[in-house]
Design a protein around this ligand. Structure first.
Ligand code: SAM
Ligand code: ASE
Length: 322
């Protein structure tokens, strides 16, 4: 059997040559006649007893190690929330992909009957949706958090703000990799409340919170600002507004760490990057960009020494200095 990377980075299992998984019944030979469906019945009490005596090979279907790792809710690497958000929320926007391409804008009015004038008002149309989004985004950092936080040596930066830090998955990675750092999660008040209640344990003294709107409210001084999956939500003018504010607030010698999926310079890219670009079209005001497009925004806001690190995984990192 072989394991491949799927779309969106999740591993999936491919049957071995010959076409079926070990332990599963061999598929019937191809037949031109439709075959009657086999009757399916629950295992008899005797066979259940047999299974519970620890002979799982008697079952046709069971979790593989990979399924146990990524698909069970209790696993620390669980991707459960990610899959649920794709199927229960994003999928409804995809119904209107044609309209999104025609209109060149996101689709909240058609499936949900709400205006997207305030993007996060639409994404967080109920507290339940907001919490689902927070769990969804946090699942990614169980897989890729270490790669992006370790892409550059961030140890010289000790006072760090994670702007739009959400549920804090990256903040947790950051304090665990850099023992002298403290990270403040800056996000909208209702997001900060849920992050405190559900995601970040109160005894974690190196993670603090700041409630605010990064477009309207002041941004405090820091050595490093993390912008993970923020700029892809917005058109260039809003990105410029935010980056310019950050540049003003940043200590001299400080910087910005951008974490995003990147397209190639010629706008080709991995299937994941192309799919994310379409998701950004149906769900946000932004898009997936190339390293040169981000470098241009950074430079225009006053940042210099811009370095791009491709991680080879779903998300890459760009560091700019003041
Ligand atoms: N950085 C996190 C990550 O990568 O998992 C979350 C990324 S999420 C796509 C965007 C985040 O920005 C959300 O947590 C959202 O609440 C926050 N956000 C959106 N608009 C904001 C604003 N005006 N001020 C502060 N935070 C905002
Ligand atoms: C957002 C990120 C996502 C807004 C809506 C979204 C994702 C799915 N829907 O900021 C996550 C995956 N996409 C990217 C580009 O990382």
């Amino acid at each position: 059997m072989c394991v491949r990377q799927s779309l969106l980075g999740l591993p999936y299992l491919v049957p071995p040559k010959g076409g079926h998984f070990k332990g599963a019944p061999a598929p019937p030979p191809a037949s031109p006649q439709p075959r009657p469906l086999p009757k399916v019945s629950a295992p008899s009490p005797a066979s259940r007893e047999h299974l519970s005596r620890g002979k799982p090979e008697a079952a046709f279907y069971r979790n593989t190690e990979l399924s146990n790792l990524y698909l069970t809710k209790s696993s620390p690497k669980s991707q459960y929330h990610c899959l649920m958000y794709y199927s229960k929320t994003i999928y409804f926007c995809w119904h209107y992909l044609t309209d999104a391409v025609r209109d060149g804008k996101n689709q909240y009015d058609r499936p949900f009957g709400i205006s997207s004038e305030d993007l996060y008002g639409a994404l967080y149309r109920s507290e339940e949706e907001m919490i689902k989004f927070m769990y969804f985004l946090n699942d990614f950092w169980k897989m890729y958090g270490r790669d992006v936080i370790g892409a550059f040596d961030l140890s010289p930066f000790t006072v760090i703000y994670d702007l739009g830090g959400c549920a804090g998955g990256l903040a947790q990675e950051c304090i665990s990799l850099y023992p002298n750092s403290t990270v403040t999660i800056y996000d909208l008040p209702k997001v900060v409340q849920v992050a405190k209640e559900r995601f970040v344990p109160p005894e974690e003294r190196r993670i603090t919170f700041h409630e605010g709107d990064f477009f309207k409210d002041p941004i405090p001084e820091a050595d490093l600002y993390i912008l993970a999956r923020i700029l892809h939500d917005w058109a260039d003018d809003k990105c410029m507004h935010l980056l310019t504010k950050i540049h003003k607030a940043c200590k001299p010698g400080g910087g910005v760490l951008l974490v995003e999926t990147l397209l190639n310079e010629d706008k080709t890219g991995s299937v994941d990057a192309q799919l994310f670009n379409l998701i950004m079209l149906v769900q946000t005001e932004g898009r997936v960009r190339t390293p040169a497009e981000y470098s241009k925004l950074f430079t225009a806001a006053g940042f210099r020494e811009i370095q791009v690190k491709k991680t080879g995984k779903l998300y890459d990192a760009i560091l700019g200095r003041k």
